[in-house]
Write a protein that binds this ligand. Structure first.
Ligand code: CDP
Length: 224
């Protein structure tokens, strides 16, 4: 069967990662969470910075020292930075608060986009993010763009956070989501936007199960 590239873009907490992961398992494809790469660089920058501040020049000088890779194990999808498993750390609110600032930096984007394109060179990949269908794989055979109301997304994100042991108020989760939406959508380089040929789905009133089946139906049409 012909292998294709599936790009799933959209706003934070629309279920992109869970959907992409499950679809990749079903299709026996590789799953890549591009957001975890931006989070890994942000985590690195925070480590190199001072008291929660990021020193852009210092980050740029050390960009070539960043090695990010993934492993799939029983405990799920794991992100490694320079040999260290940082899967939990990259979900901390300190990282979430700064990630959209770091992902605006052109040098960071160039570095990560090149790595993402290499990962997809053999196709058979499902990647989720913000610019996968527009910049990383503009020729992807199947593109989706997911959206939902900010309140529904914030509720979902807050539940996820509670499960992970991070208690954050609904108001703070909502304000972070709105702030990131704005920064991601208005940045100069590869802003969050729907590719012309992407299938747009508003998941506000849909269960993850329903969205999964809808995506799988579209993908199946492309690979048969
Ligand atoms: O999981 P969540 O939806 O919160 O976001 P994520 O996928 O982990 O991405 C975190 C941040 O990384 C986004 O808010 C964007 O600023 C940035 N990002 C990006 O610029 N381009 C991508 N392809 C993926 C993420």
């Amino acid at each position: 069967m012909q292998k294709i590239i599936v790009a799933i873009d959209g706003f934070a907490s629309t279920g992109k990662s869970s959907l992409a992961k499950r679809l990749a398992e079903t299709l026996n494809y590789t799953y890549i969470d591009s957001g975890s790469m931006y989070r890994a660089v942000t985590y690195f920058a925070l480590q190199e910075g001072h008291q929660g501040h990021i020193d852009k020049e210092k980050l740029l000088a050390k960009l070539d020292q960043i090695e990010i890779y993934f492993k799939y194990s029983k405990s799920g999808y794991q992100t490694f930075l320079n040999g260290l498993n940082i899967s939990k750390e990259i979900r901390l609110s300190e990282v979430t608060e700064k990630v959209s600032k770091v992902s605006k930096i052109i040098e960071v984007r160039e570095l990560l986009v090149t790595q993402q394109q290499k990962l997809g060179a053999k196709k058979g990949i499902i990647m989720d993010g913000r610019d996968i269908g527009t910049v990383v794989f503009p020729k992807a055979e199947c593109k989706f763009f997911l959206k939902a109301s900010p309140e529904i997304r914030a509720k979902r994100r807050q539940l996820e956070q509670i499960k992970a042991g991070n208690n954050e108020s609904f108001a703070s989760v909502l304000s972070n989501l709105k702030e990131r939406d704005l920064m991601d959508s208005t940045r100069k380089f590869s802003p969050l936007t729907k590719a012309d040929d992407a299938i747009e789905i508003d998941v506000s009133e849909m269960s993850l199960e329903e969205v999964y089946h809808q995506l799988l139906e579209h993908i199946s049409k492309k690979i048969i």
